[in-house]
Design a protein around this ligand. Structure first.
Ligand SMILES: *[C@@H]1O[C@H](CO)[C@@H](O)[C@H](O)[C@H]1NC(C)=O
Ligand SMILES: *[C@@H]1O[C@H](CO)[C@@H](O)[C@H](O)[C@H]1NC(C)=O
Ligand SMILES: *[C@@H]1O[C@H](CO)[C@@H](O)[C@H](O)[C@H]1NC(C)=O
Length: 385
């Protein structure tokens, strides 16, 4: 057997090995999610008032705590592994945590901000606070479960915590926070390592609490979002070929390089952890760059908004109303067909875009290691070697 065919057969056996390995799905009994509005299923709404109509119109037919016309990527993830949509930890009404909890809130950052929500729009539930909530949830849910009755039905079993999938989608607001406080790109880049140190700390704490499977989304092309392009001064030379603000996407990519390094470090520090890094940036940028090819229109415009180049006006957001001559008029209306829109309200993606992103990432095509969602609990994947 020549070297070439030896190599081929070796590759083949690795493939067979990994395929054999791949037949075992993880059967995650729960998802615990940490993040910002990209994965908030009702947290900020529970704490600060509901996201109003027309949010939720496409799927839920009423506002459902999501900054979207319908479902988020995390909803499609839960569905695909056979779990119910996640209740927000902060939501006292109707929540069922038997299959996980969602600690994400819109406007959350990794690092705690020194401003209130009303001053700056950033949520007080930064990642460290989401961790305190998780820790409290884990301990007290077990005490309550022991009381039996309805608590047994609404709260997870003890063994769920080590077998659950821990998902993260956070960091975008840490980057925009700097810009909104008038920092330069260099100043924003300079604090990224501190942001990621705090991220690593939280992953380690969750590991210490028994978490083993971690699914980590990188941050998206924030420079393609109307609220960034509208709010921050951008010169013509800074616009890329797609129409996005290049400096912001550069910072997002810098963050992602550092996030990937953090994940590599965590694999060394946490020997029994399985960490999957998911390149959501590339998926979203591909969608925005080739919108037409994928059946979408106006990739840089909000579907629900009010006027201007990006159909976005920060003083008249999606759903906003004004009273003219005693008559109430909705200024921030939804577009005719959200199913072909990418951007929902200038900040968030539509359900259609979220589904598209989910379909690209679910089988591991954008993951490191390239493992499907259902397999993201296996420590050594031959594919990775
Ligand atoms: C908030 O203030 C503290 C104390 O001055 C500082 O260490 C921290 O970096 C600040 N956080 C942010 C996000 O700026
Ligand atoms: C909570 O959700 C689980 C899983 O969907 C379900 O079996 C259980 O009946 C629910 N409990 C209540 C009280 O709704
Ligand atoms: C940033 O700069 C703008 C324009 O100079 C100013 O209006 C705004 O108050 C500044 N924001 C902060 C947080 O300093």
């Amino acid at each position: 057997m020549g070297f070439h065919s030896f190599k081929t057969s070796l590759l083949f056996s690795i493939y067979v090995l990994s395929a054999a390995c791949a037949t075992r799905t993880c059967d995650f009994p729960a998802i615990f999610n940490f993040g910002d509005s990209n994965s908030d299923t009702g947290g900020l709404s529970a704490a600060f008032g509901q996201a109003g109509p027309p949010s939720g119109e496409t799927y839920f037919r009423h506002p459902a705590g999501r900054y979207c016309d319908g479902r988020l990527v995390i909803d499609f993830m839960a569905e695909s592994i056979g779990l119910p949509y996640l209740s927000a930890f902060l939501d006292a009404l109707g929540s069922n945590f038997s299959h996980g909890a969602n600690f994400a809130t819109a406007g959350s950052t990794i690092r705690p901000q020194n401003t209130t929500l009303h001053q700056s729009g950033f949520s007080p539930f930064s990642l460290n606070v989401q961790y305190y909530q998780f820790s409290d949830f884990q301990r007290r849910s077990q005490m309550l479960r022991n009381q039996g009755g309805v608590f047994k039905e609404l709260l997870p079993k003890t063994e769920v915590f080590s077998r659950a999938l821990y998902t993260f989608d956070i960091g975008q607001n840490d980057l925009t926070a700097g810009y909104f406080f008038n920092m330069t790109t260099d100043e924003v880049r300079a604090y990224v390592p501190d942001v990621l140190d705090q991220f690593k700390t939280v992953v380690k704490y969750i590991y210490d609490h028994g978490g083993r499977s971690f699914w980590i989304h990188n941050t998206g092309p924030v420079g393609c979002l109307p609220y960034v392009m509208d709010r921050v001064l951008i010169t013509a030379g800074q616009i890329d070929k797609v129409g996005c603000a290049a400096p912001f996407n550069d910072v997002a990519q810098f963050f992602n390089v550092k996030l990937k390094e953090a994940v590599v470090q965590l694999r060394k520090d946490l020997p029994s952890a399985v960490l999957t890094y998911v390149d959501v940036y590339s998926v979203k940028y591909d969608l925005i760059s080739h919108a037409k090819k994928y059946g979408f229109v106006h990739p840089l415009q909000a579907c629900c908004g009010h006027g201007g180049k990006y159909n976005y006006n920060k003083n008249h957001g999606c759903g906003s109303k004004v009273t003219v001559h005693g008559k109430e008029i909705t200024l921030g209306k939804s577009c005719k067909d959200p199913s072909v829109a990418i951007n929902w309200d200038g900040v968030h993606y539509t359900e259609a875009a979220n589904k598209w992103v989910f379909d690209r990432i679910v089988n591991g095509g954008y993951s490191d290691p390239p493992v499907p969602l259902r397999m993201a609990c296996h420590i050594k994947s031959a594919v990775h070697e």
